[in-house]
Write a protein that binds this ligand. Sequence first.
Ligand code: CA
Length: 228
Amino acid sequence: MRVLVVEDEAALRETLKTRLAASGFTVDEAADGNEGLYAGTEYPIDLAIVDLGLPGLTGLEVIRRLRAARKTFPVLILTARDNWQDKVEGLQAGADDYVAKPFHFEEVLARVQALLRRAGGWASPLLRCGQVELDTRAQTVAVGGAPVELTTFEYRILEHLMLRAGDVISKTELTERLYDQDFERDSNVIEVLVGRLRRKLDPQEQLHPIETLRGRGYRFALPRDPAS
Ligand code: CA
């Protein structure tokens, strides 16, 4: 999942970037409102974290313009602790949730994960499709109750596919959301990783959890557990 951080305080931006990356996200950063609007409009973002007090365009204006440009990804705003007007205006501008400064990173992470889950139509942090269960908090995977060891990239691919279970995800989309800008993009790598993921999830080739749609991409094919 690819997250955009729009924050003018360099130290805070760096902390968010480092900790989000360590939690498995690909992170784009912007230091002012204009950069933030550009990145949010041009890059394949899954979620944006936007500080309201920004030089250039204000955070509110960035959110309004992103929404006017029909960008529907979730937006989490960073607000001042005791400023309720900010929160109300932010939500009215099109933000989905807020965290007040100063915050603990874990609070931001929990909200980011919850927003991404809900954007994919999931109510619980435990994603269940058929026999496959993925815990977005612990970042663990089990099939038929038995834990499956995945590498970071295998996990990221599976999480992306399962969050949007039923949707077709193109190789380009997977590549763009899994790698930083400076990483060499190669769709063959995705093919290899998906192949390994299939063998780990389904060694007997009985479940067929990941479908390949020729020329279109991949789809997590097992039905979502209606209770998740
Ligand atoms: Ca600021």
